[in-house]
Design a protein around this ligand. Structure first.
Ligand SMILES: [Fe+2]
Length: 422
């Protein structure tokens, strides 16, 4: 009967995204359209009014559902003004998104200090009272969290790209993504579902900018963390490429970060354009195939029906593609060819409108969906590391998951164990 339909006037239980300001539970809203553009990334989470600083133990189950929805639909969420939180909050928060998360940082129980591993160059420390939480940034800090002398290094593209920006371009404020990646060692430990970052100190510096092969520059905050969505990357494939990607698993190089330690990347930070500088696999640290990461090329993620193209273009080693009709398997194990195929799929994401660059404010607590985005350092900060107000300090927590990434397409023989079967 027209006119007699009962419409609930205010349904907090379902209208999660829009009840901000009513002060009851946790809520979120996507970032403004001019910030998101085509990236499919970014939301701001508002804590319940009674909770100025996040306290995971006080969140209701409904609050946690909203938080998961915010993250899995938007890939990167920010909670502002969290200065003063305890570092032990980060591992607790990570478990809201992955109940199988171990209490071990995915880079291992201790910071990577082995000089053979490219990741040791960050000099990242760990917080003694929360060893799952790494300390990253730029500059030297005295007596921080019980560490007498802490030095953190902000890596930038000049250390990794084949042809870095010229001094003239650097002087004009240009920067580049250092290396697109997921947070995972691709060996022995599975990638975390999320990574959580907290900005303790943010440098006061002029904006910097990114250059793209097409279109205008993108102005970003100095040291912004850049993200692109695996769902958006998949969307940009044509039908044949989608089919290939859905039928393919990716094997990563044994001890991948040692393998690529001497390699140099393209200017978009997505791949390694030449072959020849790889450390031979019989010269990297001891390894066995059963611990080498192998993942589907396209992942199925929680609470989001979209396929996610999740591949680390610099660390790839081998592709196995299975024809779903015949069951025939085609292996590409020439590293140059593997990189070329993956780069062919990912390079079109490198456009201003597909990139979300988080502009850090002190106190930001950022959760990103490590299995739904690729991310990269940007910025040229090292030259400012000695300035009192130009240093940077972030906390970072990403913990090995108990479950391997799931294939989007469940074809016969697909390997979802997380590790190579050789
Ligand atoms: Fe990272």
């Amino acid at each position: 009967m027209p006119g007699l339909t009962l419409v609930p006037t205010h349904d907090h239980g379902h209208d999660h995204g829009h009840d901000h300001g009513h002060g009851h539970g946790l809520s979120f809203e996507p970032l403004a359209d001019n910030v998101r553009q085509s990236s499919r990334i970014g939301a701001e989470v508002h804590l319940p009014a009674s909770m100025p600083l996040l306290d995971v133990s006080q969140l209701t189950e409904a609050d946690k559902d909203v938080l998961r929805q915010a993250l899995f639909e938007n890939q990167v969420v920010v909670i502002r003004n969290q200065r003063g939180i305890d570092p032990t909050l980060l591992p607790q928060l990570a478990k809201v998104f992955d109940s199988t998360a171990s209490d071990v940082h995915s880079a291992g129980p201790k910071a990577v200090s082995d000089p053979k591993n490219i990741l040791s160059a960050y000099k990242a420390g760990r917080i003694p009272r929360a060893p799952q939480v790494g300390i990253i940034g730029s500059g030297r800090f005295k007596d921080y969290e019980g560490i007498a002398d802490l030095e953190v290094v902000h890596l930038d593209h000049t250390l990794f790209h084949e042809t870095p920006l010229s001094q003239h371009e650097l002087d004009q404020g240009y920067t580049r993504p250092y290396r697109w990646h997921m947070d995972t060692p691709f060996y022995e430990r599975l990638p975390g579902e999320v990574t959580i970052l907290h900005a303790v100190q943010v440098p006061e510096l002029a904006k910097q900018k990114l250059k793209f092969p097409n279109g205008p520059d993108k102005e970003i905050a100095a040291g912004a963390t850049a993200f692109f969505s695996g769902a958006r990357a998949f969307e940009l494939l044509d039908d044949d490429e989608k089919e290939f990607a859905l039928n393919t698993t990716v094997t990563y190089a044994p001890q991948a970060y040692e393998y690529i330690r001497q390699c140099r990347a393209t200017e978009d930070g997505l791949t390694i354009p030449t072959v020849g500088r790889e450390t031979p696999v019989d010269e990297v640290s001891e390894w066995s195939w059963d611990k080498v990461a192998e993942h589907p090329m396209v992942w199925r993620n929680p609470l989001d029906p979209r396929p996610f193209l999740q591949v680390h273009g610099c660390c790839v080693y081998k592709l196995c593609t299975r024809d779903p009709a015949s069951g025939q398997v085609r292996v590409v194990d020439d590293v140059a060819q593997v990189r070329k195929i993956v780069y062919g799929f990912q390079r079109r994401i490198w456009a201003a409108e597909n990139i979300y660059a988080h502009d850090w404010k002190e106190g930001d607590l950022v959760i990103f969906h490590n299995r739904g985005v690729m991310h990269s350092i940007t910025g040229q900060l090292a030259q400012y590391q000695y300035g009192e107000h130009q240093r940077r300090l972030l906390w970072q927590c990403t913990m090995t998951s108990g479950k391997a990434p799931e294939a989007y397409r469940k074809y016969a023989g697909v390997n979802e164990t997380g590790f190579a079967k050789i």
